[in-house]
Design a binder for this molecule. Structure first.
Ligand SMILES: C[S@@+](CC[C@H](N)C(=O)[O-])C[C@H]1O[C@@H](n2cnc3c(N)ncnc32)[C@H](O)[C@@H]1O
Length: 195
């Protein structure tokens, strides 16, 4: 089976790993939301052997993630779980959550639903890492992010870059504080929270 492939994942996985290595140093079970192609899951699980990595995504993405894991099995990488953030959260005592490039794809209501899970069911999650492009107080941080936002909105008006301040306020409502705003290549950011 030829697997879906993201060049962006190949480009960003090492810079993201360098943040996760310290952010998740004391974590033992990470739930990844919106695993996409599964490239991040296989790489991060292999590079972070002290923890269990649990990929998840909407149902239509699972066959590709499953196939990738079968091609590149890693001992601490679990088979993906179906998780649409509008539905119940997966069972398991996750103490960390990672999601990449999802907040601008999900409608705002879905981003809010993800944080509701962190408030109500994923209550053991104490470290939260969110990667992607964000706006700053309503302003684009680069011309390329502005163009990306316009192209997303042309595809679907419910998509679009979110303000990092909005993400921080949602996180604060469920007890998280921003411990670092990591500037990443290609005008991305990794927002690292803990509670
Ligand atoms: C651009 S892809 C990012 C995939 C991968 N994390 C990466 O960085 O390449 C956006 C992801 O968000 C997921 N997503 C969108 N809406 C979702 C929802 N309601 N619940 C869970 N995941 C969702 C999609 O299924 C997809 O995997």
């Amino acid at each position: 089976m030829s697997l879906p492939f993201s060049q962006a994942c190949e480009n960003n996985k090492q810079p993201i790993l360098s943040v996760l290595t310290s952010a998740f140093a004391k974590s033992s079970a990470v739930l990844e939301v919106g695993s996409g192609t599964g490239q991040h899951a296989t790489y991060f699980a292999e590079q972070l052997p002290h923890l269990v990595w649990q990929p998840s995504d909407q149902g239509e993405y699972l066959p590709a993630v499953t196939a990738r894991i079968q091609q590149q099995p890693v001992a601490n990488l679990r088979p993906p779980l179906e998780f649409n953030v509008f539905d119940a959260a997966p069972q398991g005592s996750f103490d960390a959550l990672f999601t990449a490039n999802t907040c601008h794809i999900m409608p705002k209501l879905a981003v809010e639903a993800l944080f509701k899970h962190l408030e109500q069911s994923l209550v053991n999650v104490s470290k939260l890492c969110i990667y992607g492009p964000f706006n700053n107080n309503g302003d684009y941080t680069s011309d390329s992010n502005a163009a990306f936002d316009q192209s997303l909105k042309q595809q679907d008006p419910s998509m679009g870059l979110r303000d990092q301040q909005w993400i921080v306020s949602l996180a604060k409502e469920c007890g998280f504080r921003l411990v670092a705003d990591h500037k990443m290549p290609a005008n991305n950011q990794l927002l690292e929270f803990e509670r």
